[in-house]
Design a protein around this ligand. Structure first.
Ligand SMILES: N[C@@H](Cc1ccccc1)C(=O)O
Length: 525
């Protein structure tokens, strides 16, 4: 159809040189000229297509035309109300005059009411013996003719006064319209050749590029939206995980300091001073400054003691203790360093000290009531960067983000930890979990968490967890019946899985190009 209209326009131009008014065209398959609004819209499509190939030029003329209201359309089809009344009643002397009630039944109440008045006024019908009869032997239904004229031409030849009258009767309404004057363009021809949009190897090889016509660039077209101001995939997943913690009633721990001491990163966690993780191949140490301020005194000596000699039911490591090792400054290897410091603060009241987090109480510590050992349950989380002296490859960098959580309460069991993990991962859309016994110096028992990866069809490790040892909690001052769960989950791995990235350097490098996604510029992260 579109092509047939284009052809019609070209042929008409060929014959007459110009098309003064596109409303005079008779479209293929039509018998009447294309005077109405819809036809002009169709013609405009054809004109634009031809103009883009410079086959024609055109100018637009604005018009105000008229269209029928639903009532007007009904009149165009079935006649005016007065004509329908006239048609319904009998001729004078032919049968009984029609009563108003009978008329209502025949044509409906509305038409009977409005139509009667006009039919009287036009002297088409008259009254006889309480009923109605035809007095005009023949009528011309001008309203119906006018409706048909407006429908096909958008106006009335007789003039503006009649149009205004029909508008007042709500039979027609105004509509802004357009029509066009068309002239031949520089590339005018009567044969339509579909323009090429791409230059292909084939066209170059055969030489057909020399004679082909090409679609013009449209420099006014809007460009594709750019990917400005979007969140990095890591930040998106971090937000998602943060929301899961918050909706489960966790509070976020402050973890802004990347530099920690050996004491908080390892000693407080009962990691032996000779542990391989503390060696330079695994941990980055600072050279300037290289030593930390002294840790809290009484607590420090309890920690030394449990390492060297044991206590709280433990034999300790029975290895020599080094202050220097404890004071070394390093880039934290896990956020469990911050968790340890937070737990130590949480136990302040248990130690009978001021609670540092409660400003009012810090000034005036309230003595504990009898039977209160000062312990308050807590659920804390953090998501932040950690650093390890690793050989870098596709899945390892010297730094990554750790999602860390601790829950402290009386009488917690391993089942609580497993239950938490199931709920937490389910909220991330991971339902298939397995737990494997593991070893951490600071937790007993310890569990590695594995999730089934549906695309890789294998179990992948997603986290490490456990119940903190008494050797860590009791020197802080926690009562014996308080247990603390802890866990660490990487942020990069779930993000890589979510976004189909298989090289970690793609995720954190300067160029974020994501396999399978980069080809589609419409996808935003
Ligand atoms: N710190 C551990 C995670 C962990 C945190 C707390 C308890 C148990 C394990 C890690 O780096 O993997």
């Amino acid at each position: 159809m579109a092509e047939a209209i284009q052809q019609l326009i070209l042929d008409t131009l060929d014959k007459f040189g110009t098309i003064q008014d596109t409303r005079t065209l008779v479209l293929p398959g039509h018998t009447q000229p294309a005077a109405n609004h819809d036809s002009q819209i169709i013609i405009l499509g054809a004109l634009n297509s031809l103009a883009s190939r410079e086959m024609i030029t055109y100018t637009t003329q604005e018009t105000v035309s008229h269209v029928l209201t639903p009532e007007g359309s009904q009149i165009a089809l079935q006649g005016s109300h007065e004509a329908r009344v006239w048609a319904a009643v009998p001729f004078k002397g032919e049968g009984a005059p029609m009563t108003p009630k009978q008329l209502e039944e025949r044509v409906g109440a509305d038409i009977a009411k409005i139509g009667q008045g006009r039919a009287f006024k036009n002297k088409w019908v008259g009254k006889e013996g309480g009923g109605l009869v035809k007095i005009a032997s023949e009528i011309v239904d001008v309203t119906q003719l006018e409706m048909r004229e407006v429908d096909s031409s958008g106006t009335l030849k007789v003039g503006e006064k009649e149009l205004a009258e029909l508008r007042k009767r709500k039979l027609i309404m105004q509509r802004k319209g357009q029509w066009f004057t068309v002239r031949k363009g520089p590339a005018f021809s009567t044969s339509i050749v579909k323009p090429e949009t791409d230059l292909t190897i084939d066209m170059l090889a055969t030489g057909s590029w020399k004679t082909s016509t090409y679609k013009k660039y449209n420099f006014d077209a809007e460009g594709l939206p750019t990917n400005g101001g979007a969140l990095h995939p890591l930040l998106k997943v971090r937000d998602e995980i943060r929301n899961i913690f918050l909706e489960m009633g966790f509070a976020e721990m402050p973890t802004s300091s990347f530099v920690e001491s050996g004491f908080w990163c390892f000693d407080a966690l009962f990691v032996p001073q000779q542990h391989p993780a503390r060696e330079v191949q695994d941990t980055f140490y600072l050279s300037d400054p290289s030593t930390s301020l002294p840790p809290p005194e009484a607590y420090y000596s309890r920690v030394c003691k449990v390492h060297e000699h044991g206590g709280y039911g433990s034999t300790g490591y029975r290895a020599p203790w080094s202050d220097a090792e404890s004071r070394k400054l390093l880039l934290r290897t896990h956020t469990t360093a911050s968790s340890a410091a937070m737990l130590w603060k949480l136990a302040a009241k248990c130690r009978g000290e001021r609670d540092e987090d409660l400003a009012g109480e810090a000034a005036h510590p309230t003595p504990l009531k009898s039977g209160d050992d000062g312990f308050r349950p807590a659920k804390l989380f953090s998501i932040d960067r950690v650093f390890r002296n690793e050989t870098m490859d596709a899945t390892h960098l010297a730094e990554f983000h750790q999602v860390e959580g601790v829950v402290a309460d009386r009488g917690l069991t391993l089942a609580d930890l497993i239950g938490f993990m199931r709920v937490f991962f389910k909220k991330m859309g991971i339902e298939n979990l397995r737990f494997k016994p593991a070893y951490n110096p600071y937790t007993e028992p310890s569990l590695e968490i594995f999730a089934f990866h549906p695309q890789l069809r294998k179990w992948v490790e997603v986290g490490n967890s456990g119940m903190f040892r008494p050797e860590m909690l009791e020197p802080m001052g926690f009562p014996k019946d308080v247990h603390v769960h802890g866990w660490g989950i990487g942020l990069e791995r779930p993000t890589m899985i979510r976004y189909g990235i298989n090289n970690i350097r793609t995720l954190v490098g300067h160029k974020v190009s994501i396999e399978g996604v980069e080809k589609s510029p419409a996808v935003r992260f």
